[in-house]
Design a protein. Structure first.
Length: 137
């Protein structure tokens, strides 16, 4: 069963079919649901039932579409400062490898910043060093 953070395979298939403009069932809930192997009865009612997983994903998709439209509008503005800020914003996020200012707390590609510790250190190594320092002083 899917939760609010992860959809199950049929839900993912439905969303791909329904939301992808390249899909042959794009924007057709009935055909998208049938293609995702939902029963015909459920497929006919999926939009009126509007389960949480569907509502959340459709809402997110709508917000992203609005944000993209706004971004395109701002990139075309006559205000050069706004245009420069939006260009920088867009490049830093969409072409991170080339334009972002690295501010992560991880290494490249999410790897650890610190090397793995050495695990084969003798147990009394520190004690011997202290004794040697005392004898030479």
């Amino acid at each position: 069963m899917a939760n609010q953070y992860e959809v199950d395979p049929r839900q993912a298939e439905f969303l791909k079919n329904y939301l992808d403009p390249k899909s042959d069932t794009f924007a057709n809930a009935l055909r998208s649901a049938l293609k995702a192997q939902y029963s015909e009865e459920y497929a006919k009612n999926i939009m009126s039932l509007m389960p949480d997983w569907l509502s959340e994903n459709i809402e997110d998709t709508g917000l992203v579409a609005k944000a993209i439209k706004n971004l395109n509008d701002l990139l075309e503005t006559k205000d050069e400062r706004v245009k420069a800020d939006m260009t920088k914003f867009t490049l830093e996020r969409l072409n991170k490898n080339k334009f972002s200012q690295r501010q992560e707390n991880t290494g490249a590609n999410g790897k650890d910043l610190f090397p793995q510790p050495i695990l084969d250190v003798p147990k009394n190594h520190g004690d011997n060093q202290d004794n040697e320092d005392d004898e030479t002083a």
